[in-house]
Design a protein around this ligand. Structure first.
Ligand code: DLL
Length: 442
């Protein structure tokens, strides 16, 4: 059982591990890490093979920095071991299975023992509580249920915290609005772009999104910016915090943001050891504050221990604030595989979001279209973005110019901007697709 202590900074009762010192946390990490690498080596043939090939043995892990000697694990490894080759326990000890959608290639399958599920619920509960959710609150859970970890992961965490959960899942936006009006939830859990879809649909129905009972939103599963936070907080009169996670490492709740500081998600380092590596030269482990690719090693997982998993998420590690022993992660600027390379310039959709939302005539609804026009050798990017409702045609044309200039200045790319009518672009139902790559393959 987790021992609980009262924290000085909030009215909430925190887990003991949230309040321990960095030294105590690192000692805990080391013993858990030593156990995990030995456990993975003994039980998962892939790890034994990889460690042997790299010439490392679990006994080589004497201090935390020794982790850098161990080989990485990638999504490709999980795909090759499809479906259950990464599992470290017999199937009858696996209490639940989740999987990624597998839009590209085979699905990646992950499993949980009963204890893993309890730890996961505890960490989601910890994240929700950090973001302002309290026992007894009604929580509207609009993350998708099913094989995706968002729905059931958030659900179990909200229940573990002692909330009343409304398991609506994603989609059926009209119905979501009716239930928000009738059940009067205090908090909503959704992807940021799906919350935007809900707010937008409310406005269409003549409901002021700022007038609902909602006070808190805990948003994640896709990259979002400070500008988007501001947009959602003002439109809906809520406090919006980040929650981060990925199925290979657990699901939502690997890290969560504190509402009193709103300065990035604290990684729950009693269960995960993060590293930042140079995405182009993975042998280089970078220091805190330096941007690179986030890598995780699980410290307590039984069914699917994961050693140095390359997330492809680009961010940096920052010192803890609201939970001093646990480092924070900066906002995810993007995934290395979502990076657009446009005529030699690297860019991420989040950069466009950041710039567009500073232009009052433009809405947060946008798509990026990549094409290579007939007879051209050069790629072209078109930003398709909806104007805000009250904006005239002249206003929209001027805003398009400003956006184009700002992208040129801040990103360094020339692109076309097409300001379209409100409501004309596809709305999010969960994780929103921003990039439409129509360039010829090869
Ligand atoms: O998206 C887990 C999740 C569900 C997190 C609900 C938060 C809320 P996957 O489907 O495996 O798991 O996708 C994981 O989504 O590697 C990131 O690229 C992205 N991602 C998740 N949370 C955030 C976030 C879930 N807060 C992938 N900010 C990750 C930015 C995020 N990107």
């Amino acid at each position: 059982m987790t021992q609980e202590t009262a924290a000085a900074t909030t009215d909430a009762v925190l887990d003991r591990e949230e309040t321990i010192s960095r030294d105590e946390l690192e000692a805990l990490q080391l013993s858990r890490l030593q156990h995990t690498v030995a456990y993975a080596y003994d039980r998962v043939p892939l790890y034994k093979r990889k460690f042997d090939e790299a010439g490392v043995h679990p006994t080589d892990l004497r201090e935390l920095s020794d982790l850098a000697k161990f080989p990485f694990t990638t999504k490709e490894d999980l795909r090759l071991e499809y479906p259950f080759g990464m599992f470290a326990v017999p199937q009858n000890e696996v209490a639940r299975i989740h999987a990624s959608s597998g839009t590209t290639g085979r699905a990646t399958v992950v499993g949980y023992t009963k204890k893993d599920l309890a730890d996961w619920a505890k960490l989601v509960a910890r994240s929700l509580r950090a973001s302002g959710v309290r026992p007894g609150m009604k929580v509207h859970n609009a993350y998708g249920y099913g094989l995706f970890t968002g729905g059931m992961g958030a659900h179990a965490g909200a229940e573990a915290l002692g909330c009343t959960v409304i398991p609506i899942s994603g989609g059926q936006t009209e119905r979501q609005i009716t239930l928000i009006q009738d059940f009067k939830p205090d908090a909503i859990l959704a992807t940021p772009t799906y919350l935007l879809t809900i707010a937008d649909a409310m406005i269409k129905q003549g409901i002021d999104p700022a007038s609902t009972s909602l006070k808190y939103a805990v948003l994640g599963a896709e990259p979002w910016t400070e500008e988007m936070r501001h947009e959602l907080e003002v439109t809906m009169n809520i406090k919006a915090c980040d929650i981060y996670g990925l199925s290979e490492v657990m699901g939502p709740g690997v890290a969560g943001e504190a509402v009193e500081t709103q300065d990035g998600s604290h990684i729950w380092e009693d269960h995960f050891r993060p590293e930042i590596i140079d995405a182009f030269d993975p042998s280089v482990v970078l220091g805190d504050g330096e941007p690179g690719e986030l890598v995780f090693t699980s410290l307590t997982k039984e069914a699917l221990p994961i050693i140095r998993y390359r997330t492809k998420d680009l961010t940096r590690l920052l010192p803890g604030t609201a939970r001093p022993a646990h480092r924070r992660m900066g906002r995810i600027t993007g995934r290395s595989d979502d990076m657009i390379i446009l005529r030699g310039v690297n860019l991420f959709p989040s950069q466009i979001e950041e710039i567009a939302l500073r232009i009052p005539e433009l809405s947060p609804h946008f798509q990026l279209e990549l094409t290579r026009p007939e007879g051209h050798r050069m790629d072209q990017m078109t930003v398709k973005i909806e104007r805000r409702d009250a904006v005239t045609a002249e206003g929209a044309a001027a805003a398009a110019k400003v956006l184009q200039q700002q992208i040129k200045i801040h990103v360094g790319s020339s692109c076309a901007v097409d300001v379209v009518d409100p409501g004309s672009l596809e709305r999010s139902n969960g994780k929103l697709r921003r990039i439409y790559d129509m360039r010829p393959k090869g």
